[in-house]
Design a protein around this ligand. Structure first.
Ligand SMILES: Cc1cc2nc3c(=O)[nH]c(=O)nc-3n(C[C@H](O)[C@H](O)[C@H](O)COP(=O)(O)O)c2cc1C
Length: 157
């Protein structure tokens, strides 16, 4: 069976944590990787799967990911996945943010297969004074988990 065409759209700037995870995932999936401003949403019809990756800022995805999702045409049945990096990593708070993003994705007709949440180095605001949190993250284990996540995505396509 032919390999499905996969695109990953991401935003990442604080410590490029999300970009690090995105690169692992696209390598495993042999996917195309773009930042939001590099793509015209009409090209999405060429793909069978779209991955969205973003850091979490003020409890939300990057504002460019927010407007990307808002302006996305209806893409019924396009398979999709989501990954984030954040100071919190993975807890109930991040799960509640996932629920909101997934709901927006589903409103655009995307069929969300799976989500991955990764701890990222965070030196924002008061954390800067304390030397930051999550030093070394994403670490080797995080990269391995990203690899496993991509593997899992491939297995259900
Ligand atoms: C302006 C700003 C706001 C942030 N707000 C949150 C937040 O609300 N919750 C959280 O868990 N982490 C927060 N963080 C930490 C980032 O989510 C974390 O560092 C993430 O890995 C950044 O991704 P990036 O390096 O790909 O940009 C914030 C970081 C910045 C710079």
């Amino acid at each position: 069976m032919a390999k499905p065409k996969i695109i990953v759209v991401f935003e990442s700037y604080h410590h490029h944590n999300t970009e690090t995870i995105a690169r692992i995932i696209v390598q495993r999936l042999q996917a195309d990787l773009y930042k939001t401003e590099q793509i015209d949403p009409t090209i999405l019809t060429e793909y069978e799967v779209i991955g969205i990756g973003t850091g979490i800022y003020y409890s939300k995805p990057h504002e460019k990911i927010q407007s990307f999702l808002k302006n996305l045409p209806h893409l019924t049945g396009l398979k999709s996945f989501l990954f984030t990096t954040s100071g919190c990593g993975n807890n109930a708070y991040i799960q509640s943010i996932f629920t909101k993003i997934v709901s927006e994705m589903e409103q655009k007709g995307l069929q969300v297969i799976d989500c991955l949440s990764v701890k990222g180095r965070d030196t924002f605001g008061p954390y800067k004074l304390l030397g930051g949190i999550n030093k070394g993250h994403p670490d080797l284990k995080d990269l391995y988990n990203a690899e496993l996540f991509a593997h899992k995505i491939l297995s259900v396509l």
